[in-house]
Design a binder for this molecule. Structure first.
Ligand code: PEP
Ligand code: MN
Length: 337
């Protein structure tokens, strides 16, 4: 249920609404908008009625939320969510690019790539230390050593670090280093992990599962918000279809659909989406053109020697050429870049 209150509602009036939810064994979540306060009430709301709230002081409106997902919906919050990383903003008209190798491989590797990306003006560096791979024989990441190297990159270059949390056991170590915790496609429905990251305030980069619908993705985001962490960035990274010419099928239909249904930012990952180096750039451009708030792109200084996902990684010069094109495209789609 959604309770809309005046911005001028007193703390006591807000507390009274939350108390009523609590009396009925429901949770309440406050979202401060530009012109109103929204209180999302979740849990067993069937026992509650709109009339219980509508006459309370400070309440302007009360309604049931029709969607299965509540806190992530635009019904709950109409304005786009902005996540601010010390002035580098994600969401609502800002276009951001997260770039870096698939995996942390060595100190030289991450320093080389991070240094080149920094020169190009990139603010968010990605690299996996824990790698959930489809094959148990594939490179599984440098794990804690990888996190240590990412901490060094952060210190040396001042880049925001995006890295994946593979499970609840290793999450505490990842939180120490990550400015954004990535939840990978294979973990999109790992509800214990979603709940745990929901109990932190670290921004989460939630990738769509390869066989997940748009609603599945939004329901997974709801798990995180329902625990109190509203700093969630969604990512379309391609889904499995009957098509075998490409690694996945990048579902760009999802972008305008997601933008309509949720206030959360949505990124496109064309690297995993198509999985073929020379086709990453056109799909990156398409992602920006259809309204994505950002891109995640794999970049490697020596892709042929990469320990994971080299075939889809751009070289730094290829990435630079793409950036130059994105700079021209961004203003056409009303994005600041
Ligand atoms: C990755 O970002 O390197 C990755 C493994 O992505 P996904 O979870 O989308 O497969
Ligand atoms: Mn990868």
């Amino acid at each position: 249920m959604l309770i809309v209150m005046n911005l001028s509602a007193t703390e006591e009036q807000v507390a009274n609404v939350r108390e009523k939810a609590k009396e009925n064994k429901c949770s309440s979540h406050i979202i401060y908008g530009e012109s109103k306060i929204a209180i999302g009430i979740t849990g067993e709301t069937r026992t509650l009625s709109v009339d219980d709230f509508i006459l309370m002081e400070g309440v302007v409106d009360a309604m049931r939320v029709s969607k299965n997902y509540k806190l992530v919906s635009r019904e709950m919050k109409s304005e786009d969510t902005i996540i601010d990383f010390g002035g580098d903003k994600v969401g609502n008209g800002f276009l951001q690019i997260i770039a870096g190798p698939c995996s942390v491989e060595s100190r030289d590797q991450v320093f080389d790539i991070a240094g080149q990306l920094k020169e190009m003006g990139i603010k968010f560096f990605r690299a996996g230390a824990y790698k959930p791979r489809s094959s148990p024989y594939a490179f599984q990441g440098l794990k804690e050593k990888g996190l240590e190297l990412l901490a060094e990159v952060k210190k040396e270059f001042g880049l925001h670090i995006v890295t994946e949390a593979k499970d609840t056991e290793t999450l505490p170590q990842v939180i120490e280093v990550a400015d954004i915790i990535q939840i990978g496609a294979r973990n999109m429905q790992n509800y214990s992990l979603l709940e745990r990251v929901g109990q932190t305030q670290t921004p989460i980069f939630l990738k769509r599962g390869m066989a997940a619908s748009i609603e599945d993705l939004l329901m997974s985001a709801e798990y995180i918000l329902s625990q109190g962490n509203f700093n969630v960035i969604l990512c379309e990274r391609g889904i499995k279809t009957f098509e075998t010419a490409t690694r996945n099928t990048l579902d760009l239909n999802a972008i305008p659909v997601i933008k309509k249904n949720t206030h959360l930012p949505i990124f496109v990952d064309p690297s995993h989406g198509i999985g073929i180096r020379d086709k990453v750039a056109p799909m990156a451009m398409a992602g920006v053109a259809c309204g994505a708030d950002g891109l995640m792109i794999e970049v490697h200084h020596n892709p042929d020697k990469a320990l994971s996902d080299g075939v889809q990684s751009l070289t730094p010069p290829q990435f630079k050429a793409l950036l130059d094109k994105i700079k021209q495209l961004a203003p056409i789609v009303d994005k600041k870049f």
